[in-house]
Ligand binder design. Structure first.
Ligand code: C2E
Ligand code: MG
Ligand code: MG
Length: 263
């Protein structure tokens, strides 16, 4: 307990300067449409290499940033970095999006939609090309505030994706309320998709429900050709995972596109 507390304390105290100094960077992981052979989008994932603590897992420092009140600054920094790195790819023929993960406290912040829109304007990114990834749990709790924030973003053209779908506490009402555009099926259902019948049934059910509700579906964590083929045959062509590409430093994206992408 002592060690864990010490580590959390170190991470918390290093966070503000890591955010400000540019020590925290982003990688982009492409999302691919395996049917069309096109890039659908790029998800920005935060990366932090600390001299003392080494490479810190984003899930850990994001959790600590959320608990300590630094998440707002982290989200806006990631958004700026993501917009900046994405600008050269606005013109790709497949019109890809850039996706940024947001936390529930971002959505509770009253100014969040306005701040986000002004960053998009400064960075020259049309709101239609931004996707915000939220988790199911965020859409519980104080739903009025979150719904109002999502409605303002949606009215401005920003799209919302439900991340890690199927792992949280779902209130299905948000899926039919036109607040959400994309469902990202969690990698835990994809891992055994080729062999485990219950996971196949769940994925088929999600794909069918999404089609009825006119939502797009992306599967996360696709690691094998067999998984990709299975998903393609079950009307789930949009995928993200190590098979297609690991998250890449933004400087390596151009080379990846030239080799594997659709340019
Ligand atoms: P996520 O948003 O669901 O991101 C997908 C995670 O799955 C990433 O982990 C990615 O590296 C990993 N992944 C992608 N393809 C595969 C695959 O084929 N196999 C496996 N095993 N993993 C795969 P990462 O980068 O460690 O991020 C973990 C989580 O941390 C993210 O999950 C997201 O919830 C959070 N996160 C990362 N960056 C940010 C950020 O800038 N802001 C916020 N609020 N959260 C972030
Ligand atoms: Mg995500
Ligand atoms: Mg996810």
């Amino acid at each position: 307990i002592h060690e864990r507390t010490l580590r959390e304390y170190q991470i918390e105290s290093k966070l503000p300067s890591a955010i400000e100094s540019g020590e925290i960077k982003i990688h982009f992981q492409p999302v691919v449409d395996s049917g069309k052979g096109q890039i659908v989008g790029f998800e920005a994932l935060a990366r932090w290499q600390d001299d003392e603590l080494g490479q810190l897992p984003p899930a850990e420092f994001v959790r600590i940033a959320t608990a300590s009140g630094h998440i707002g600054a982290l989200t806006l920094m990631v958004l700026r970095l993501a917009c900046d790195a994405f600008r050269p790819y606005l013109q790709l023929p497949s019109s890809p999006y850039v996706a940024v993960n947001v936390s529930v406290s971002d959505l509770y912040g009253e100014c969040f939609p306005d701040t986000l829109m002004s960053i998009l304007e400064e960075e020259g990114i049309p709101p239609q090309r931004l996707v915000l990834e939220v988790t199911e749990d965020m859409l519980l709790g104080d739903t009025a505030t979150v719904t109002a924030a999502l409605a303002r973003l949606r009215d401005n053209g920003v799209r919302i994706a439900i991340d890690d779908f199927g792992t949280g506490y779902s209130s299905m009402s948000y899926l039919s309320s036109h607040m959400v555009n994309i469902i990202k099926i969690d990698q835990s259902f994809v891992r055994r998709i080729v062999t485990k019948e219950s996971d196949q049934k769940i994925v088929r059910a999600i794909v069918s429900m999404a089609a009825d509700l006119e939502l797009s579906v992306i599967t996360e964590g696709v690691e094998t050709e067999a998984q990709l083929q299975f998903l393609y045959r079950h009307d789930c062509a949009m995928a993200q995972g190590f098979l297609l590409s690991r998250p890449l430093p933004v400087g390596q994206l151009q080379a990846w596109l030239a080799q594997d992408g659709d340019q």
